[in-house]
Design a protein around this ligand. Structure first.
Ligand SMILES: Cc1ncc(COP(=O)(O)O)c(C=O)c1O
Length: 407
């Protein structure tokens, strides 16, 4: 599959802004949605719109089949041991809040500690702060180096008998660095501490096997991997899920309900209260199929060249401070956050937008990391395999022009 062929799968790319062809470089915020996902959602809404798990008639059975097939496909995709380990949520944020409320509510108490990486997204910070206000445990920060690399060497020293969980992203949404999960997980596990991996930025860039990695929790969102918005996944080991109490109460998460007391459904259903996102969950299937095709076609695509070209251009420009640097680009996904000396990131983003280029500016939901680097925000360009090398070159030329205008 060539980039040209791949782009045909993404109608969102085929438009102009301000009379210029759109160059979409905010894939880390949300990727464009693939045709297969758009069609699957429309087909579900138009032809199979029954409520799942409730009724015996054909329409409802079809909706249930599509929903459960998606669970099986997701389980296979991330290498889970069984579909029972896949809980559907509304996204990474909801998945982490589920873990905080249910696992954290039961197993983390006063005097305990949890460790969170300094580079985490607010979605992996705030749920824990909210819980810590209620339960009185301490949050310990695993720091990053000036390059943005996680100080994995410090982890061992931070873990102690009070540590109940380690929370770390597979890939930081600011730095684009791939954290050494195997090493982190083996350090945590060697001291009996479970680990939650925020896979929001990682799942779309490389094949993962949660079983081989041996992580305890893995969270990700559909909309960052070419599927629909409003859907996400919490993977957790079955034995852990079984020990966790329900997060929300409501329809279809029950065993038996009576005024004397109620029992709950087996996993994963006890964590899926209420009507789920019936029409959107099936979009996981075509999105995953396409993602696997993309990985199989990587040499025909331009993404590896883009990564090297943009990294070299940004890191060699003296006006620019690039964060998330590494000597080995294998450790980085094509996501680049940077500051430009003397120019506000928001102004740059506005000028680039007028040139047809969509990039992210701001704190990127990682204010502690911004504070670590002494800035209030940065500019971020994040690329996907449907981006072309020509687009990357156009971005670098446009950035140069915008800096010259504003500096
Ligand atoms: C690393 C990371 N974690 C969590 C999230 C939250 O994802 P969502 O908004 O889909 O719940 C994001 C979104 O940008 C992210 O980049």
């Amino acid at each position: 599959m060539t980039v040209k062929e791949l782009r045909k799968q993404f109608p969102g790319l085929d438009r102009e802004v301000y009379g210029k062809p759109l160059i979409y470089l905010d894939n880390a915020a949300t990727s464009q949605r693939c045709l297969g996902a758009i069609d699957a959602q429309a087909d579900s809404a138009a032809h199979h719109n029954g409520n799942t798990h409730r009724s015996v008639y054909a329409l409802a059975a079809e909706a249930t089949r599509a929903y459960e097939s998606a669970r099986e496909r997701v389980a296979k995709f991330i290498g889970a041991s069984s579909p029972e380990e896949i809980v559907f949520t509304s996204g990474t944020t909801a998945s982490i809040n589920l873990v905080a409320s249910s696992f954290g509510g039961k197993f983390i108490g006063p005097g305990d500690e949890i460790i969170i990486a300094e580079s985490e997204h607010h979605s992996d910070i705030i749920p824990w702060q909210l819980l810590s206000e209620r339960k009185g445990f301490k949050i310990v920060v695993l720091p990053v180096e000036d390059s943005g690399k996680l100080r994995v060497d410090a982890l061992k020293g931070l873990i102690n008998a009070k540590t109940k969980l380690v929370c770390v992203a597979q890939v930081s949404n600011v730095l684009g660095l791939i954290n050494p999960l195997s090493e982190i997980i083996s350090i945590a596990h060697s001291q009996g501490v479970p680990i939650l991996v925020d896979g929001a930025q990682g799942v779309v860039h490389q094949k993962i096997s949660v079983k081989d990695l041996d992580c305890d929790f893995y969270a990700f969102s559909g909309h960052k991997m070419y599927a629909a918005t409003g859907i996400g996944v919490l993977y957790a080991k079955k034995a852990i899920l079984e020990q966790m109490p329900p997060y929300m109460g409501g329809g279809e998460m029950i065993g038996d309900v009576s005024w004397e007391g109620s029992t709950y459904a087996d996993v994963p259903y006890k964590f899926e209260a209420g009507t789920p996102n019936i029409n959107s969950v099936p979009t996981f299937v075509p999105a995953i199929n396409l993602l696997e095709d993309i990985w199989a076609s990587e040499t025909a695509l331009e993404i590896a060249e883009i990564k090297k070209y943009v990294y070299d251009a940004l890191s060699s420009d003296e006006r620019i401070v690039l964060r998330g640097t590494t000597e080995n680009l294998e450790e980085k996904v094509p996501l680049f956050s940077f500051s430009v000396k003397g120019v506000h990131h928001e102004d740059l983003a506005l000028v680039l937008d007028k040139m047809g280029i969509a990039v992210r500016s701001g704190h990127m939901c990682a204010q502690p990391l911004m504070k670590r680097f002494g800035v209030t925000g940065m500019l971020r360009a994040s690329f996907a395999p449907y981006n072309t090398l020509e687009e990357a070159k156009c971005f670098i030329r446009a950035l140069d022009k915008a800096i010259n205008m504003l500096a």
